[in-house]
Write a protein that binds this ligand. Structure first.
Ligand code: COS
Length: 384
């Protein structure tokens, strides 16, 4: 491997755009965060704001109406939004996750049909891989599709789907060859939300990211044309895995944003809060906590940026690096937010301050798009 492969640079335009997004997030998104969390309300207004500001165009190439600015810029944006509100960051993350299968493996026709309308924010996508009995092991899915003439007929159900009921279309994975063996004989399809036989079931009541709907999907003889197959028939498992190799960086960036947001709040609080006649940030017990939190965020950011640069270069080790970034950033988010609550003391435990929400939001980053145990497995496999 060349030395260059370990280096990334952040162009000035990216830094300028990050500054713009930071301002929008702090001025327009942060003030809504507590309310949408409390009400478990999907923020349509904030989604429109992201679309108007071209932020939803970040996951897409210029030829498909996007900004063409790559994975690093996208995830710098995710971090800034997550600092203000993790649920709103998920809107941008799913805009990538739900379209990556098409972007990476779809026909030109599928790309032209779906990507430009996602880049403008007109359409929302979703990624439907998990099932009630197939989470860490998606190769054990039972949703299936059979071919009838020029159509595929899908039956089954999906679970834990972000954007359930919001999405205009779903990238759905189904078994198309039962004889092919575990994690094989699976095909990816685009299923538009208005297809007869498709329905959205119950939405979950969640600990965190409460302003983003998560739910089940049901497919009863849902017919899609052969043109809606993403990539090659029976090769859908690789479509899913290659998508997750990239989209996990969104989770890493979201986790980092939560961690940095909590650190910033805790530091500001420690300056203001007075006990024993002085600001609590004059006590070394608090200073050391804040120093460790800031250090963890900085280390997480370096790994995230390097992993993003590897995706942008199509580096052969991108899957390993994205798993490492997701693992490290999410564990950092959990540890840092627990410390932030501790620094705020009783105020950390109540909804008047944002750190309890950040602690609740952090937890899912250790779980979704592959649990951290799965990330360790993915990383370990590269060392065998
Ligand atoms: N990119 C492309 N292809 C991949 C791949 C990747 N990252 N990982 C595996 N594959 C291919 C393999 O090469 C193999 O193909 P061949 O037999 O043609 O060589 C095929 O996919 C099956 O691979 P494998 O046998 O490794 O599959 P497993 O069932 O053992 O999968 C893990 C293992 C754990 C990696 C997989 O199940 C996984 O990622 N689970 C977590 C899923 C997840 O993140 N769920 C969250 C919900 S989605 S939001």
């Amino acid at each position: 491997m060349s030395v260059l492969a370990d280096i990334y640079t952040v162009p000035q335009e990216h830094l300028d755009f990050r500054e713009t997004i930071r301002q929008i997030a702090q001025e327009r998104i942060a003030p809504r965060a507590a309310e949408i969390d409390e009400r478990a309300e999907y923020p349509h207004d904030l989604r429109r704001l992201l679309a108007e500001q071209d932020i939803l165009g970040l996951p897409f190439e210029e030829q498909h109406g996007g900004t063409g600015t790559g994975t690093l810029m996208l995830n710098m944006a995710v971090e800034e939004i997550a600092k203000a509100d993790a649920s709103t960051a998920l809107i941008l993350m799913v805009q990538e996750l739900g379209t990556l299968p098409i972007k990476l493996h779809g026909s030109e026709e599928l790309r032209a049909r779906f990507l430009p309308r996602c880049a403008t924010g007109e359409w929302s996508p979703a990624f439907a891989l998990s099932e009630a009995e197939a989470g860490s092991d998606p190769g054990g899915m039972i949703t299936h599709a059979r071919q009838e003439g020029d159509e595929w007929v899908i039956n089954g159900s999906k679970a834990w789907i972000s954007n359930a009921g919001i999405a205009d279309f779903y990238c759905v994975f189904a078994v198309t060859d039962r004889e092919a063996g575990h994690s094989h004989g699976i095909t990816a399809f685009v299923v538009e939300a208005e297809r007869p036989g498709f329905s959205v079931g119950k939405l979950e009541h969640k600990l965190g990211i409460r302003a983003s709907p998560t739910g089940t999907l049901a497919f009863e003889d849902v017919r899609v044309p052969a043109a809606n197959v993403i990539g090659t028939v029976n090769e859908g498992f690789k479509v899913a895995m290659s998508t997750l190799d990239r989209s996990r960086l969104g989770v890493a960036a979201q986790a980092l944003g939560i961690a940095q947001g909590a650190t910033d709040h805790a530091a500001a609080y420690a300056r203001e809060r007075r006990q024993f006649g002085r600001s609590i940030n004059e006590f070394q017990a608090i200073q050391f906590k804040l120093a460790d939190m800031e250090t963890s965020c900085a280390a997480a950011r370096e790994l995230l940026y390097q992993a993003c640069a590897r995706v942008d270069r199509e580096d052969p080790e991108l899957g390993k690096y994205s798993a490492m970034a997701k693992l490290f950033c999410s564990d950092t988010a959990m540890a840092v937010t627990v410390e932030a609550v501790q620094i705020l003391g009783g105020y950390g435990f109540v909804k008047e301050y944002p750190v309890e929400r950040m602690m609740r939001d952090a937890k899912i980053t250790q779980i979704y798009e592959g649990t951290n145990e799965i990330q360790r497995l993915v990383i370990a496999r590269t060392r065998r």
